[in-house]
Design a protein around this ligand. Structure first.
Ligand code: SF4
Ligand code: SF4
Length: 134
């Protein structure tokens, strides 16, 4: 079994394509949706972890491409240099997936890697360059 983090970009004319249901039913994949921005009137994006047999994932990616829908596999990950973080919270305001939140107990920054969609917005928002992509 293998897991890849995938961004699927739906053109407006493909917004109703049954991509996710086909990945589940036809390719036996588990889909953990991390972020979705889908509407009938604009380009849609969906970020998900997909888990399954390597051959099924490869066949599913071929299916997505053949359906005229773009996808991107995340190869980088976010690095948080926690020792240098001053917990100002600026990065939480730009994080689209709630991977970055402030603790209500001590107002320290909390990072939930499972929710991170590796968009990189926090790397630009941090005044101390504590966040980086690697
Ligand atoms: S890269 Fe940063 S802003 Fe983007 S989802 Fe991950 S933690 Fe949030
Ligand atoms: S913006 Fe930078 S210093 Fe501020 S909480 Fe986020 S990572 Fe820490």
């Amino acid at each position: 079994m293998k897991t890849v983090k995938l961004s699927i970009i739906y053109p407006v004319n493909k917004i109703t394509a049954p991509i996710v249901s086909t990945l589940i039913k036809k390719y036996n994949l588990e889909i953990n949706i991390l972020h979705a921005d889908i509407s009938l009137t604009k380009v849609g994006t969906l970020v998900a972890d997909i888990t399954g047999a390597e051959s099924d994932i490869a066949a599913a990616l071929q299916y997505i491409g053949d359906a005229g829908v773009e996808y991107r596999i995340f190869t980088s990950k976010l690095i948080w240099d926690e020792k240098r973080c001053v917990h100002c919270g600026a990065c939480t305001a730009v994080c689209p997936s709630d991977a970055l939140t402030m603790s209500h107990e001590d107002w320290s920054l909390q990072f939930n890697r499972e929710k991170c969609v590796v968009c990189g917005l926090c790397t630009k928002a941090c005044p101390l360059s504590v966040m980086s992509l690697a």
